[in-house]
Design a protein around this ligand. Structure first.
Ligand code: FAD
Length: 366
């Protein structure tokens, strides 16, 4: 019987494989991590700049309904009490998000839930079977909210006019009739004190690591381990033989500013069409920082190509069918498991990523 140096080859050093490696190495299994970037952590990676933990690949707020995942995470880090309360800027006005009584007051001066409901009802446009996102939004929330807070942001996000986007993208638009700016409805929420990088370092502490190493350029690495957990893009693994799955990408323009407080909030969305960016993040506010300087990231959505970062899968029918074909190939493989957001071609929040990694480890070690 062939003797392997490692129990697991972990392709990708993101959150999924970090959690998997943590469990595996706790149980004396040997792991080799292969990561094409120059650092571990995948998209949750934080870099410390001016004493501030900068979320290099976009704002990451941990939130979950899953008590088991929350309790598991407490064994890895301590969370602060950050509550995500983004703002929206449209022209010269600021609005609270998610849409709640504060937003309705800012839009129309209404002060009671009853007044707000009447106002929204008077704005909603009756459209039977909305055929695109614009019609869907107008039928759900009416003109003012759509025009000021949804249209421009969504069009920038997807790079397409709202009237050409499918209606299913916004199946429902939650409207909250309380003065509550907490974006998430989950009972558990926070930011790890010190950022996400220490969690990743803790998880991979007992694994061997190869950075700047692209698995697709050296597939013989697979021979080093009995089992491979692959969290790269599934279509890339199969050399795009059925075609490439599509993504939306992002670019971040990072600036260190010689000011203590730039925008007074971690996240401000820019909902106007003629402002090219969708968001500005001011990282210190994720951890209530008091450093003398501040770091901001200006976020621009952009087209994806094979040279750019794949951020959001575009789950159109065409792409989902394509993914199903790759998945079919994957099920025929021995000793390789496709996992994480790129391996399964889906957007997963961190809690789902942690849950799935724990589950896969358990399944493979029953
Ligand atoms: P990744 O983090 O993408 O890790 C995969 C790793 O594999 C990467 O490091 C990549 O470089 C590497 N890799 C790929 N191919 C190869 C290869 N061929 N060889 C070697 N290495 C390879 N979740 C939340 O819960 N809250 C949030 O606020 C939140 N915000 C987000 C904001 C953005 C912009 C995005 C895109 C996601 C956000 N998420 C959020 C989701 C969160 O980022 C994911 O749940 C998590 O990062 C998924 O981890 P992963 O390991 O599956 O993937």
């Amino acid at each position: 019987m062939k003797k392997y140096k490692y129990n697991y080859l972990l392709v990708g050093g993101g959150l999924f494989n970090a959690i998997f490696a943590y469990k595996a190495t706790q149980n004396n299994k040997k792991c080799l991590v292969v990561e094409k970037r120059s650092h571990l952590g995948g998209n949750v990676y934080c870099q410390t700049i001016e004493g501030i933990n900068v979320h290099k690949y976009g704002a990451h707020i941990f939130h979950t309904k899953d008590k088991f995942v929350w309790e598991f995470m407490q064994t890895l880090c301590q969370f602060n009490h950050y509550i995500n309360s983004p703002l929206a800027k449209y022209q010269d006005k600021i609005y609270n998000l998610p849409f709640n009584m504060n937003t309705f007051y800012q839009l129309w001066g209404v002060k009671t839930p009853k007044e707000a409901m009447h106002k929204i009802e008077s704005q909603q446009i009756e459209i039977n079977n909305p055929s695109n996102l614009e019609e869907q939004a107008l039928s759900l929330v009416g003109y003012d909210i759509y025009e000021k807070l949804i249209k421009g942001y969504t069009e920038k996000q997807w790079g397409t006019e709202a009237s050409k986007l499918p209606a299913f993208i916004i199946n429902r638009i939650p409207l909250r009739f309380t003065f509550n700016n907490n974006y998430f409805e989950d009972p558990y929420q926070g930011i790890p004190i010190g950022g996400y990088t220490p969690i990743i370092e803790k998880c991979f502490a007992h694994s061997d690591i190869l950075l700047n190493t692209n698995f697709t350029e050296d597939r013989s690495l697979k021979d080093l381990a009995k089992t491979t957990i692959y969290t790269g893009m599934i279509d890339e693994y199969y050399s795009y033989k059925y075609g490439a799955l599509e993504y939306r990408s992002l670019k971040f323009e990072e600036r260190v500013l010689d000011t203590e407080n730039f925008q007074g909030n971690a996240v401000v969305n820019y909902t106007e069409q003629n402002v090219p960016h969708t968001r500005i993040l001011e990282h210190k506010h994720f951890e209530f920082g008091t450093q003398p300087k501040t770091v901001i990231s200006i976020e621009y959505p952009c087209k994806w190509d094979k040279k750019s970062e794949p951020y959001y899968p575009i789950n159109t029918q065409h792409n989902n069918l394509l993914y199903a074909k790759y998945k079919e190939l994957a099920t025929k493989e021995d000793n390789i498991y496709f996992a994480g957001r790129l391996g399964t071609y889906q957007y997963n929040d961190m809690d789902k990523t942690v849950h799935d990694a724990l589950k896969l480890y358990e399944t493979l070690n029953q």
